[in-house]
Design a protein around this ligand. Structure first.
Ligand code: DX5
Ligand code: ZN
Length: 215
């Protein structure tokens, strides 16, 4: 069964408390929170303050995806805000291993996010140190983009790397996940589906979550 992580990037920020309640009453496992700095990606979203508000309004896992430069500077603030998972981009970290150790020492689960152009093999030497790979299936920065088909091969490659070594690392697919492609993504070897537009732009988000989970 898929772990579902609806992305608040597509939620209505004028009624964030309601959106949290909606999540609380749904079958979702995680809430995915996208942090963008206008430098690593062309868009700007929100920071630890909003994560803290969401944390207070939900017992669901707060899965924080940092699309920012110099994430080490902010890891402590996100830990204090109540993030359960913190993912940093491999492309943004000169000292990735140090970033991972920092996240874990702050009591969070450590994730590494990877852009569509970055070879999956570049994760090899940190795979044993992390809990989660956030594999981008679009170029990060915006919700509602189209899934890049090459991702299927990338999922298979990563899943093989994980299984061959008997590791316990979750593969999270982020971007362009729909009710139509979710099964193929899971069949390729993913564990977690992030879904922004598919959940929040649907008529019945809780029902959509239920459908995604059942895939
Ligand atoms: C994109 C973000 C995603 C985004 C996904 O940069 O990392 O989490 O919210 O949105 P959808 O599911 O609409 O593609
Ligand atoms: Zn994301």
């Amino acid at each position: 069964m898929a772990i579902i992580a609806p992305s608040f990037l597509s939620a209505n920020f004028l009624q964030l408390e309601k959106e949290c309640q909606l999540m609380n009453e749904s079958e979702t496992d995680w809430i995915h929170l996208d942090i963008m700095d206008g430098r690593f990606v062309p868009n700007i979203t929100f920071g630890p303050m909003i994560v803290e508000f969401v944390r207070k309004a939900t017992p669901k896992v707060c899965d924080v995806h940092l699309m920012i430069e110099n994430p080490g500077q902010y890891a402590e603030q996100f830990a204090k805000a109540g993030a359960d998972h913190l993912s940093v981009h491999i492309e943004a970290c000169t000292h990735l291993h140090r970033n991972i150790q920092q996240i874990k020492s702050l009591g969070m689960k450590a994730g590494v996010a990877i852009n569509p152009h970055t070879p999956v093999s570049s994760l090899e030497d940190v795979l044993g140190d992390i809990d989660l790979v956030c594999m981008m299936s679009v170029n990060p920065g915006f919700g509602g983009q189209t899934f890049i088909p090459r991702t299927y091969d990338r999922i298979r490659e990563l899943r093989k790397m994980i299984d061959d070594r008997g590791l316990n690392v979750l593969i999270e697919i982020d971007g362009g996940v729909t009710l139509e492609n979710a099964k193929a993504i899971m069949d390729a070897g993913a564990h977690v589906l992030v879904a922004g537009n598919t959940v929040f732009k649907s008529d019945n988000p809780a029902e959509t979550i239920k459908k995604l989970k059942a895939i």
